[in-house]
Design a protein around this ligand. Structure first.
Ligand SMILES: [Ca+2]
Ligand SMILES: [Ca+2]
Length: 225
């Protein structure tokens, strides 16, 4: 009997040792620091003409230097049920809806995370599918991102250049009423409208400029979502 217990104990110890990560595989700086300044976001958009009534989403990324995910429902709430888990090296999220009475249109959901550096977010996988009833509809969901919030010109820096693009977009191109999926062309460069949505509520307006101003002046440590 005693021998059996010892064998079980030994087997258990071996299993635990095998399950433990080796020093080389441990994240050296797991998750984001409290003073992390960078926010990454992925936005899901339903093609308005597709008429989809339900969606499902899978999303994951490496934990090193990045916070746990924040999930935000946008515009008309399609009734997403979501769950995220923290694995040894990855965060993973799934979400799905039941069947909606009205079609899901435009930006309907986002996943955000804080990061230590503009390049901390790595190994992102994202898949999103749309359905009419239970029938899969190809290309019915557009996946914007992951992008660095505030970095409108995509140079991995958030500064006055981005702010000037914001001002030009708002006051010279009136992008407030633009379709979230379209782009605005400023001095020969095309900028996606979704990148102007700094506060991440699915629309572009003066509140996004205000949030970017507060971030650049240091009054805001990081973007809210
Ligand atoms: Ca920039
Ligand atoms: Ca906004």
């Amino acid at each position: 009997m005693e021998n059996t217990i010892k064998k079980i104990a030994l087997a258990f110890t071996s299993a635990v040792l095998l399950a433990l990560p080796t020093a080389g595989s441990m994240p050296s700086n797991a998750e984001a620091k409290a003073d992390a300044r960078y926010t990454f976001r992925e936005v899901y958009y339903a093609e308005p003409t597709a008429g989809i009534t339900s969606v499902s989403i899978n999303y994951s990324y490496s934990r090193m230097g990045v916070s746990a995910p924040h999930l935000t429902t946008l515009n008309r709430n399609p009734g997403l049920t979501t769950a995220c888990s923290a694995r040894q090296l990855f965060f993973n999220c799934q979400g799905s809806t039941g069947k909606n009475i009205k079609p899901i249109k435009g930006p309907f959901f986002s996943i955000s995370a804080f990061a230590n550096t503009p390049t901390s977010l790595k190994n992102v996988t994202s898949s999103a599918t749309g359905y009419i009833d239970r029938t899969f509809v190809e290309n019915s969901i557009v996946d914007f991102g992951p992008f660095l919030v505030g970095d409108i010109n995509n140079d991995k820096t958030i500064n006055n250049i981005d702010f000037n693009i914001m001002i030009t977009g708002l006051y010279s191109y009136y992008i407030t009423n633009a379709d979230f999926k379209t782009s605005v062309r400023i001095e020969g460069v095309s900028y996606p409208i979704y990148k102007f949505d700094i506060d991440g509520n699915g629309v572009v307006n003066i509140n996004d400029k205000t949030m970017l101003t507060n971030y650049l002046s240091g009054n805001l440590q990081k973007f809210a979502k």
